[in-house]
Design a protein around this ligand. Structure first.
Ligand SMILES: Cc1c2[nH]c(c1CCC(=O)O)Cc1[nH]c(c(CCC(=O)O)c1C)Cc1[nH]c(c(CCC(=O)O)c1C)Cc1[nH]c(c(CCC(=O)O)c1C)C2
Length: 367
């Protein structure tokens, strides 16, 4: 039955529906990790991109008076905010409360996250000299991150913690544009006009992403996700030649660390055959491509994560339930399926809708 099959020996051990087999107490043997590797699971695991923050009132209360990037560097705040959605929704994984620009900030780049806007770079990268002036990320500046991850792993028990980083291309869009953008035209212009500087920039960003991921895994994260959110603006040919090698370098930088690797981007329908090729175990898919079709495009060696349209959570329960059922069904075409949204939780989302989706996915997939 595709990826969502019962653990072979669970029934013979007499466990009831909804119960995890007794021996499954290590995060490294959780349903999330197993599904990402295409191994049998007790039920389809669920988590939500941007589950921490955004729609939770307890998050807004805790964050009041603390700037986003300061919060990301406070181990106790990071721990508490990361745990909030796990407690409230019963999701099958925590994702570290951080941001893709944090490695830049820690390295000393002048970045601010403006409320309602997103990351803004004081001095955008526009030349070879700007690329060469970027400070490297020194691993010894990540002690706060290691403390947060250790605290989290001890609080989370059997629930896995997902570590993450922004992929070189998506980070490059912020550095070059100076902030969020829709078309990423300056980024593409730089990529075409300055191929040598582009290569140096993406190389620099792949090294810092790998440093950032290694710190999280070495402190105890059980899985990693590389967010190349905006890669979907590229043609397959440009992606393959000018971006993919640097994302692959990030995964390669994990060496033999034994954690499953997820690679995600938005609007990547035309890139799906390439995205897994960067060294992923699981490919994250947005809502535009049904998971059975996505399974054909990525090929047999990958699990899939996704792909409920976050906007569906703003609709009525009947619509939500219909879409969840469809995605659970289509996800069976993949060797393993982790239920998620096709992109991050929208700020207006009713937290109750998220809890409901977790319960429904578990109910539909528990054998
Ligand atoms: C809560 C939050 C975050 N980042 C930002 C916020 C809002 C700021 C606030 O609350 O003040 C600014 C913040 N940071 C960013 C944006 C997007 C801006 C844009 O549209 O370009 C915003 C508003 C940049 C960013 N940041 C991130 C991505 C990749 C995922 C995606 O595509 O959504 C990207 C592109 C990753 C990210 N960012 C964050 C997480 C936390 C863990 C989680 O619950 O998932 C993660 C995984 C946390």
């Amino acid at each position: 039955m595709g990826g969502s099959v019962v653990v072979g020996d669970a029934a013979s051990q007499g466990q009831g529906p909804g119960q995890l087999p007794a021996e499954r107490t290590a995060p490294g043997d959780s349903d999330l990790v197993r599904a990402a590797r295409g191994l049998p699971v007790a039920r389809t695991p669920v988590w939500f991109m941007r589950q921490a923050g955004r729609s939770l009132p307890e998050y807004r209360a805790l964050r009041a008076g603390t700037a986003m990037l300061a919060a990301c560097q406070d181990p106790d705040l990071v721990t508490e905010i990361t745990l909030q959605p796990v407690r409230r929704h019963g999701v099958d994984a925590a994702i570290l409360f951080s941001d893709i620009v944090l490695p830049l900030v820690v390295a000393g780049v002048d970045v601010e996250i403006k409320p309602g806007v997103g990351p803004v770079i004081a001095e955008p990268v526009r030349s070879v000299a700007d690329v060469d002036a970027l400070p490297p990320l020194e691993p010894d500046r990540l002690a706060f991150l290691e403390t947060a991850v250790r605290q989290l792993v001890s609080e989370l028990g059997p629930t896995p913690l997902i570590g993450f980083a922004g992929a070189p291309f998506t980070l490059a869009t912020y550095l070059i544009e100076g902030g969020p953008s829709k078309e990423h035209a300056r980024t593409k212009a730089f990529m075409y006009a300055e191929p040598a500087a582009w290569a140096r920039l993406l190389e620099h960003l792949s090294v810092s992403a790998a440093v950032f991921l290694r710190a999280q895994v070495d402190a105890g994260a059980s899985a990693v996700q590389l967010f190349d959110s905006w890669a979907g603006v590229l043609s397959a040919a440009d992606y393959a030649e000018r971006v993919l090698p640097y994302s692959r370098a990030v995964f390669d930088g994990l060496g033999d660390r034994d954690v499953p690797r997820t690679h995600f981007g938005v609007g990547t329908g035309e890139l799906l055959a390439l995205i897994g090729d960067a060294g992923a175990d699981m490919v994250g898919v947005d809502w535009r491509v049904p998971l059975d079709e996505a399974a054909r495009r990525v090929g047999p060696g990958y699990s899939l994560q996704g792909n409920l349209d976050p906007a569906v959570l703003l609709a009525d329960r009947e619509t939500i339930d219909r879409e969840v059922r469809r995605i659970v069904q289509q996800g069976r075409a993949a060797r393993g399926h982790v239920f998620n949204l096709g992109h991050g939780v929208l700020p207006d989302t009713d937290p109750g809708a998220l809890t409901h989706v977790v319960e429904l996915v578990h109910e539909l997939t528990t054998r």
